[in-house]
Design a protein around this ligand. Structure first.
Ligand code: A2P
Length: 335
């Protein structure tokens, strides 16, 4: 493999796909040949990788012959159809969508947390939901040190988590508002500019949204704790990039705020910014563009002797999507 591998990026024109190309380049992933794929309407267009134009191709089995690793972010329905076909062509598929995450035969991997799970793959490895990744990163060191009993998490999620159309919606609505024009929501269920929408994904009969169920089920799978109690609320906010999560954890063993800060700081991929007196805590604008998730506002919960509150922010296009997927691909190459 000294001369590198052949990499496919499926969904290369989308928000996560574009970031994947950037991260492959930034991390000097050993790309010998790159093939890019998107929907029918983008076939023939050009995307840029390492200063070169790469022609977007149609997704069809022969185009994946000779591909070593395929990183897919083209949506769940597409992943259900494409991933087995790409794996049959001989590639290892790293899929960013919700299509395969809860399949018992498919590992769901955050490389800092459960790299061992990737070894059991049968051709497809799933990368978790962006909010799950940002939330589970600080949960892992707390769980190892004091065993989690219950997690209450409320997310503040950027519009780019909904793809390029989410970004456009916030931009257009904000410009219309600034011009004094009527704001007509065209993408989200309500106006997102200057608003909050407590609905991400479809609602089930129990009133929970798909995003909230992902946070429960995926966190349990990654931490290998199928009974862990998790109580989620997920909210779309008028922020372009970065998901923020306010988390309350109840532990089996007491962990002080000072110890929690040390545990977070020692965990790979996590950073602590927690000097409230100097107004130092993570915000979406300060964390955007970074691969680390940043934790702040770490406090002991006054309502419970073994509980903590904290605030974590992660760039969901990077660690929440592209970086995590590329890290999985690196893991696969190493093994
Ligand atoms: P396209 O740009 O041609 O629509 P986002 O989540 O940012 O909207 O991006 C979704 C990505 O998935 C885009 O690259 C999009 O391509 C791609 N995509 C959507 N539907 C398909 C499909 N049926 N086959 C392949 N790629 C698809």
């Amino acid at each position: 493999m000294a001369s590198g591998v052949t990499v496919a990026v499926v969904g290369a024109t989308g928000a996560a796909g574009q970031m994947t190309l950037k991260i492959l380049e930034e991390r000097k992933f050993p790309v010998r040949e790159l093939r890019c794929f998107a929907s029918e309407r983008s076939v023939g267009k050009t995307v840029t990788f390492a200063g070169d134009g790469v022609r977007v191709q149609r997704v069809e089995a022969p185009a994946f012959k000779g591909v070593d690793v395929a990183i897919c972010s083209a949506g769940s329905a597409q992943a259900r159809e494409y991933a087995p076909m790409i794996a049959r062509a001989g590639a290892i598929v790293v899929d960013k969508s919700n299509g395969w995450r809860m399949d018992p035969k498919v590992p769901l991997v955050v490389p800092e947390i459960n790299p061992h799970a990737a070894r059991a793959h049968q051709g497809i490895i799933a990368s978790p939901n962006c909010t799950t990744i940002v939330t589970v990163m600080p949960l892992k060191p707390l769980h190892d040190a004091g065993r989690l009993r219950r997690v209450v998490a409320t997310s503040y999620q950027a519009v780019s988590g909904a793809g390029v159309q989410g970004i456009e919606a916030l931009r257009e609505e904000t410009l219309a508002w600034a011009r004094g024009e009527a704001v007509t929501p065209k993408f989200f269920a309500h106006q997102i500019a200057f608003n909050l929408i407590p609905a991400i994904d479809k609602f089930g009969e129990d009133g929970y949204s798909g995003e909230e169920l992902k946070l429960i089920n995926e966190t349990r799978k990654i931490l290998e704790e199928p009974e862990l109690k998790i109580s989620p609320t997920t909210v779309r906010v008028p922020v372009f990039t970065c998901h923020s999560v306010a988390v309350n954890v109840e532990l089996t063993e007491k962990i002080t705020a000072a110890r929690a800060r040390d545990l977070f700081a020692a965990f790979p991929g996590l950073r602590v910014l927690d000097e409230p007196a100097g107004q130092q805590y993570p915000t979406p604008l300060t964390v955007e563009g970074q691969d680390d998730c940043v934790v702040g506002r770490v406090r002991e919960d006054p309502s419970h002797p073994r509980a903590l509150n904290f605030w974590v922010v992660g760039d969901q296009l990077r660690k929440g999507a592209a970086t995590n997927a590329v890290q999985i691909a690196e893991l696969v190459l190493r093994s």
